[in-house]
Design a binder for this molecule. Sequence first.
Ligand code: C2E
Ligand code: CA
Ligand code: CA
Length: 503
Amino acid sequence: MRHAFLPVIAAACLFLTGVVILNTQLWYSSRAESLGGARYAANNINLILNEAARATRVAMSIKGCTLEGQYRLGTEAALQPHLRTIVIVKNGAVWCSSLPGNRILLSQIPPMVEGHLLLASARETSNRLPILIYNTRFADSHILVTISDQHIRGALNAPLKGVHFALQVGDSTIGMSGDVVSGNVHYSGRIRSAEYPFSIVYNQPPLFSLQRLITHGLGILFFITLISGVTAYALNKYLHKEMTPEELLRRAIANGEIVPFYQMVVNGREGTLRGVEVLARWKHPRAGYISPAAFIPVAEKSGLIVPLTRSLMAQVVDNMNAIESKLPEGFHVGINFSASHIASPGFVDECLRFKARFQRKDLNLVLEVTEREPLHVDEDLVQTLNTLHENGFVIALDDFGTGYSGLSYLHDLHIDYIKIDQSFVARVNADPDSTRILDCVLDLARKLSLSIVAEGVETREQLDYLNKNDITFQQGYYFYKPVKFTELIKILLSKPKVKVIVE
Ligand code: C2E
Ligand code: CA
Ligand code: CA
């Protein structure tokens, strides 16, 4: 289920990330464009006001409002492309104007203001069109240069789609259409002219705009969608790829899913606990506990048996140290080792480090070596097992009787005891003839002076037979099944005196 959603979630994340990056990129460039447009408009207005400043200087040079003086004002107003009228005001009245008859287009003479500029609304002019006034104090007079709204709007008309620029002087604003507006009008963007007291105000582009994405980023949007789709497809393929048993096992070991189970070895006569055998289980997240028969062969074939056994050894150390005070004296802890692991370089050092980590120094660590697989007996193997034996390890030959050349092993290797395979014990029943093979195996073991552990004890008859034959170390469902660590603690704490079956 999780796998079904993962590709969709990954694709959605990728798509959203792509859209966010693209949108941010477009926002930045659109903001830079708006700013460029505002600078362009401000520059246009500056140029117009430069004309007004020049015309003001001409007006200042006029000594008397004679025909000549009026002519000069008229010519200046006519020659400067953006100016409408030039008016000289003295003592609150028009003294001289560029218009014939010293006329003025304003309904009343505006007061002198701080700075140069003033926006007059349509109501304040005789031709009902708003104007920009460039106003300069000069001795006892002041000079007004008017600029029509048409030129102002032309200057504001930066070729940018969707961005509206306006000219703001004091708290009056004039935009691309309509009259002068007084008071607070909100604009998110503003730049001030360095030369004249006005600002160009405009609306900053929105942080997110679907329209902008489609208009300016359609190609990239398509690309992002494609990449997201391909990623989802590839991820889906990868997640649903069949993993080989080896890959599954490797992942399980890495995830700590291979855990130790413990099966008690008891003294069949007294019912006392003598030790445990560590048996691997795969704690599968969905399938529950999986038997080692299903994965030990894969582990042995692939070489994963070495990391698998190491992981178990580490867990066994932790488990035994956690209950060290509860363990009976001389308690046996048996671990199954595959032949390839024993033959690997550094095995002796690994075992010595393993032993050193146990807090209880009186534990008997048992190396169980199976006879089911052919064991390549050479100098190195003999040396390895001898060194381990000298360092206090107990060597047990597992599944005795099933092997290829049991007798030659016993001759060449140092073996402390044998574990009689459960198939021999399983034959024992009430019928006296049923014990024949086991009689022979036990006879052979005794003749070779080997200690014996019997596996697979399931019935009372089998127990009685083994006790009669002095095989005191016994292991089987009749006593205990392999259990997880928490169950092992319970068994150790209850210390049963009688023989019981624990499921
Ligand atoms: P084994 O070493 O001979 O272990 C004894 C097997 O007999 C265990 O099977 C145990 O559960 C089972 N058993 C014990 N008492 C009885 C009984 O009364 N009746 C019956 N029918 N069975 C009983 P398990 O745990 O399934 O292990 C199977 C084999 O897998 C082991 O045989 C051993 O060869 C291998 N194995 C298990 N853990 C490891 C490991 O950590 N490393 C290696 N190399 N092999 C392991
Ligand atoms: Ca074993
Ligand atoms: Ca066995």
